[in-house]
Design a protein around this ligand. Structure first.
Ligand SMILES: C[S@@+](CC[C@H](N)C(=O)[O-])C[C@H]1O[C@@H](n2cnc3c(N)ncnc32)[C@H](O)[C@@H]1O
Length: 402
């Protein structure tokens, strides 16, 4: 997701606006979700590691942020949405990405695309429109049942080529995609006090006169609590006292699992983040954990659970290593701007209106999504001539920086 966007020139109900399957979420959802998390804290002995808190806050069935019926994606706060993603911002995102997907399908000799975390279905729609018969089977894996319903409504005209999977297939031959999926995976939080490292977890907020973290569920809110840990960031750096940062074992495990089933094809992940040498710089001593609600960001995931997104930037070095260690080739890494321009975005925009260009420009402008967002590509068994690298990484590849 990106910073609050200026209103698009499209009318309400156009790209980026929530569809009829979404509806406002009531305070009841927060109350029920809070009660569920309090139970989990109690069951865990009074202290829940943050990654488990985040998993419940985002994905608890029917209640978590991604599992409830709120609008989530959209370009304008007035629509009830919380943030905008690239395919919601401009259909030219998917149209440009289609060039890389087409090359991946041809080089793998397949007609299958598998998208993780398809959100509102915007990217799937753009790709299916752009790629036509080149895609015979578009598979979606999404943790959220309500989002699946939204995707089904939006993609009805492509049936029966679109399928929803409950689990990963035993083998994947084709092109795998994930836009802003890795940043939505739960992270563990670490705190360095200048002498020792602690894992940061969540306890029940103390009711007046009681002690927080006793596991008795006294308060209705949540509070932070640290425990000594042997966990460490993956780099040795001069961490400043008071550093709070995050590590990403779930995202790495996800990539390793994918590597175990990707038999032949290309996997592309687009997201905001950095290589590890930039991730753990002293200037980021407060980490990258952030919440999004109504197109505003805030640093407090413990408040208003279920009503806001919780996210952390992606450690692309960790992602690359997870894929490589599991046998994939890291075939490219670059900025979103470079990738989309390499894929022909500027040519595609030649016939676009001024309003369409203005929105698409945000995908590549350095201070919007162009530089913070990156694209990483993994391949296995692709039939690509040595003089024909992956299209999106033909110029400006930064794999050496990982
Ligand atoms: C920030 S949204 C991005 C949605 C969409 N890709 C877009 O760009 O608009 C994150 C999405 O990832 C999904 N998600 C998170 N973890 C997932 C996982 N392990 N497998 C499949 N989907 C996942 C969420 O349910 C949600 O649809």
């Amino acid at each position: 997701m990106t910073a609050p966007a200026t209103p698009p020139a499209t009318a309400a109900g156009g790209p980026g606006e929530p569809d009829s399957v979404s509806s406002p979420v009531s305070a009841r959802v927060t109350d029920e979700l809070s009660a569920l998390i309090h139970k989990a804290i109690q069951a865990a002995g009074g202290w829940l590691p943050f990654d488990r808190f985040m998993a419940l806050a985002l994905y608890a069935p029917g209640l978590g942020y991604y599992a409830n019926t709120s609008a989530k994606f959209g370009a304008m706060p007035g629509s009830g949405s919380d943030f905008v993603t690239a395919p919601e911002l401009s259909p030219f995102f998917g149209r440009a990405l289609a060039a890389q997907v087409r090359q991946g399908l041809q080089a793998s000799g397949t007609h299958t695309v598998l998208e993780f975390g398809a959100g509102s279905g915007a990217l799937a729609e753009q790709l299916l429109d752009a790629l036509g018969d080149a895609v015979q089977c578009y598979q979606i894996v999404d943790l959220s049942g309500t989002l699946r319903a939204r995707q089904a409504g939006r993609l009805a005209r492509f049936a029966p080529r679109v399928q929803w999977l409950d689990a990963l297939p035993e083998a994947i031959d084709g092109v795998v995609l994930g836009n802003e999926v890795l940043d939505a995976m739960p992270v563990q939080l670490l705190h360095f006090d200048g002498a020792a490292w602690f894992e940061r977890g969540v306890v029940a907020e103390a009711a007046p006169g009681t002690e927080a973290g006793t596991g008795t569920g006294t308060g209705t809110g949540f509070a932070w609590a640290d425990r000594p840990t042997t966990l460490r960031p993956p780099v040795e750096a001069a961490f400043v006292p008071g550093t709070v940062t995050e590590i990403h074992p779930q995202a790495r495990a996800f990539i390793a699992t994918l590597a175990g089933v990707l038999r032949r094809g290309l996997a592309l992940f687009l997201d905001y983040g950095f290589p590890e040498a930039e991730y753990w710089l002293p200037q980021r001593h407060m980490g990258t954990l952030i919440c999004h609600r109504a197109h505003r960001s805030d640093p407090d995931p413990l408040a208003d659970v279920g009503l806001k997104d919780i996210t952390a930037h992606v450690d692309f070095t960790g992602i690359a290593l997870a894929g490589q260690d599991a046998g994939l080739e890291v075939a490219g890494y670059t900025s979103q701007a470079r990738f989309l321009i390499n894929c022909g975005l500027l040519d595609l925009l030649a016939g676009a209106s001024v309003a369409q260009r203005a929105m698409a420009q945000k995908l590549i402008t350095e201070h919007e999504m162009g530089e913070l967002f990156k694209v990483i590509a993994f391949t296995r068994g692709l039939d690509l001539p040595p003089d024909q690298p992956l299209l999106g990484f033909a110029q400006g590849d930064r794999t050496h920086r990982l």
